[in-house]
Design a binder for this molecule. Structure first.
Ligand code: C5P
Length: 262
């Protein structure tokens, strides 16, 4: 859609981060698309820009946003520390489904990118440390990597009208978050293959599933509570509380809010 600067990314930029932010967020019931709602006085997109800007080394950041919000996003980019910290930012329009938005993000990557992290803007408090952990494991293994955490609640399979059918063992289950990391070629090929499969299958809800459908291995690294996803108003209250707790911690230690420990 549009590029905010005339300068290209550093010729050796190897890390690409795709932030998908084009969803409507209907379950949240806000008057603006979810990525433009605020936690801790900042929009979800501003959180993503600050966190990616804090990652060392720079690279390419692709923001996938609602088509009619591109001008507003370019202003956020210009006001953010991302470009000053070596991140070349591209803004592209999203698709009707999440996987389409990811595909449009992949298509915007410059040729030098060899590792890609795909992140939901809907997880605004995700730490820079989690981005770094996922990227390091992709580099170490050459495979797809997702953050995941053990499930604490007892799980039941229920009917549509709420009748419990059975208890599902949680022993080998994890709840999966983003950012999810991939060697670029693996992610590209998997998304291309998804298009070729047609619409006969349920839509994948994350990129690890797209890679698995294409036959790829996916590894799990530890996730984190603060990467919690904003879906409903109750999630917004939880994220506000997590934000306030992190601000309190930063104030008491003197740590910068936008630094490595975001
Ligand atoms: O709707 P949900 O919260 O599951 O979406 C996860 C992420 O995918 C959000 O950050 C949302 O903005 C993004 N998305 C997108 N394009 C869509 C649907 C969702 O970029 N068509």
């Amino acid at each position: 859609m549009t590029q905010p600067t005339a300068t290209g990314p550093h010729p050796l930029a190897r890390l690409g981060v795709i932030v998908v932010a084009a969803g409507r967020g209907e379950r949240l019931g806000a008057s603006v698309p979810k990525a433009f709602t605020s936690i801790g006085g900042r929009s979800l997109l501003e959180h993503a820009l600050c966190t990616v800007a804090s990652l060392p080394g720079g690279g390419q950041l692709v923001l996938v946003v609602p088509q009619d919000r591109a001008a507003e996003v370019l202003e956020l980019v210009a006001a953010s520390p991302a470009e000053a910290h070596g991140w070349h930012v591209a803004v592209v329009a999203g698709g009707r489904e999440r996987h389409e938005s990811v595909r449009f993000g992949i298509e915007a990557l410059v040729p030098s990118i060899d590792t890609v992290l795909v992140h939901d803007a809907a997880r605004p408090l995700t730490s820079g440390a989690l981005f770094a952990r996922v990227a390091a494991e992709v580099h170490r293994t050459g495979e797809a990597v997702v953050p995941g955490s053990p499930v604490a609640d007892t799980l039941k399979r229920v009917t549509a009208d709420g009748i419990v059918q059975e208890t599902v063992s949680r022993a080998d289950l994890v709840a999966v978050q983003t950012p999810q990391g991939f060697p670029r070629e693996l992610l590209e090929a998997a998304h291309a293959g998804l298009g070729a499969r047609g619409s006969a299958h349920a839509l994948p809800t994350d990129d690890a599933e797209v890679v698995q459908l294409a036959g790829g291995h996916v590894r799990v690294v530890p996730g984190e509570l603060r990467a919690h996803k904003l879906t409903t108003a109750a999630d917004a209250a939880l994220l506000e509380a997590l934000w306030q707790a992190s601000v309190g911690r930063a104030d008491s230690t003197g740590a910068a809010r936008d630094g490595e420990d975001r």
